[in-house]
Design a protein around this ligand. Sequence first.
Ligand code: PGA
Length: 249
Amino acid sequence: MAKKIIIANWKMNPSSLSEAKSIFSSIKRISSKSKSTIVVAPPFVYLNLFNKSRGKVFLGSQDLFWENSGAYTGEIGIEILRSLKVDFAILGHSERRALGESDEFVSRKVKASISSKITPVVCVGERERDSHGRYLEELKNQIKRSLHGVSKKDLAKVVIAYEPVWAIGKSAKDAINPERLHEMVIFLRKVLSDAYGRQSAYLPKIIYGGSVEPGNAKGLLQSGEVSGFLVGHASLEPEKFKAIVETAE
Ligand code: PGA
C-alpha cells in the first residue's frame, strides 16, 4: 500500500502559542508511530516554533507568495519558508479563494512552489452541486487554470486536494460519501488525462478534505480511492486526529 499523506490544516487556530505547542507535541507523538506522511500546516507565526524539534512531522504553510523576497507587504515569500524548512504549501484553499484568490494567482504559486522544492497541495472543489452537472465544469476549469503552465514532468510533484466547499467545516455525516468521492476522483483523473495524457493523469496524489472525522475516515480511504486527507477542525483535537491517522495505517 502506498504511503498515505495526512495534512493538518489548522487554519487560523489555535489562538495561543501554548495551545499550539501542546497540539503540536501530541501530533509529534502520533506521527512517531505512524507510517504515513503527517504534515502540520499551522498559522505562519507558529512555523518557527516547530521547525527545530519536529520529529517525523513535516511542516506545511497555508499559502505562499511566488517571489523570493522584496517589497510585498504582508506576503510570506519562498525564501522565508525554505529557511524554516517548510515542505508543503496548501494553495488555493477555498477559504482563500472566497477572499479573492484567483486561479491565476494559484497557478503562479504552484509553479513557484515546485521550483523551490516545496510540494504544492492544490485545493479544488465545487461550491455547491446542481442537478445539471454544471459543478463539474466549474471543477474542471478550476483544475486546468490552477495548474496552468505546470509541465507534465512536474505533475508528479503536485498533490491535489479535492475539497467540495459544501462539505467543509461540518461533521462526518455532512461530508461526501465514499461512493461519490470515488466518482469525483475518477472525474479528476479524466480532467488530468485530457490535459496531460492518460498515463500522466495518475501522477499526482489526490487527497480529500471536507469534514474528515474518525467516523468517516476509513470508508473514504477504502472506497474513495484517495491517498490521504486534508483535515481541518479534527486536526486541532489530537484524539480525533490520532484516530484518523490510525485508519490510514
Ligand atoms: P474541515 O476543513 O475538516 O474542518 O472540513 C478541511 C479544510 O478546509 O481543509
